[in-house]
Design a binder for this molecule. Structure first.
Ligand SMILES: [Zn+2]
Ligand SMILES: [Zn+2]
Length: 154
């Protein structure tokens, strides 16, 4: 099944500055200006437009994890715009599922390791707890690279 091929063809024509490379996951690489995509997943078209949207919005660095979540939401809004342009609908549930993976990720990073209150991000890779003053480190996560979105098969 090559469900993305005609859309891909249009995207390559419309956005000649973006490279498209088939892979085993969806991601936008800002340094390579490349969208990596999976050809035949159930939500391939939606995810393809999502990664293209990261590119069009020139997403790269973020200082706070919450900014990453905002970027993800912005990329889905843009993807929905593009979907209308290319005449196919994006199911809202796909966008919400995707954003949920980031919300869960943010929640687990910001939960205090000591008392499970919600901490605030005090540095690029550190959080501090307002309740017990504990400080903890989190792993670096880069946009759409480490937060890989697994294509669900229903
Ligand atoms: Zn994304
Ligand atoms: Zn705490």
């Amino acid at each position: 099944m090559r469900s993305t091929s005609s859309l891909l063809h249009k995207l390559k024509t419309d956005y000649p500055d973006i490279f498209f490379i088939p892979g085993d996951t969806f991601l936008w690489d800002p340094d390579l200006k490349t969208v990596f995509y999976v050809n035949d997943g159930p939500q391939s078209k939606a995810l393809l437009l999502h990664e293209v949207s990261h590119g069009l919005l020139q997403h790269r660095e973020y200082k706070r994890d919450i900014e990453l979540l905002a970027m993800e939401a912005a990329a889905w809004d843009k993807a929905k715009e593009l979907a209308e342009l290319y005449h196919f609908p994006i199911n809202d549930a796909v966008a919400e599922d995707h954003l949920d993976t980031y919300r869960d990720w943010l929640h687990s990073r910001s939960s205090c390791v000591n008392c499970s209150a919600t901490g605030y991000q005090s540095g690029k890779e550190t959080y501090t707890c307002p309740a017990c003053n504990a400080e903890w480190r989190v792993n670096e996560a880069r946009i759409c690279e480490l937060r890989r979105y697994k294509v669900k098969t229903q």
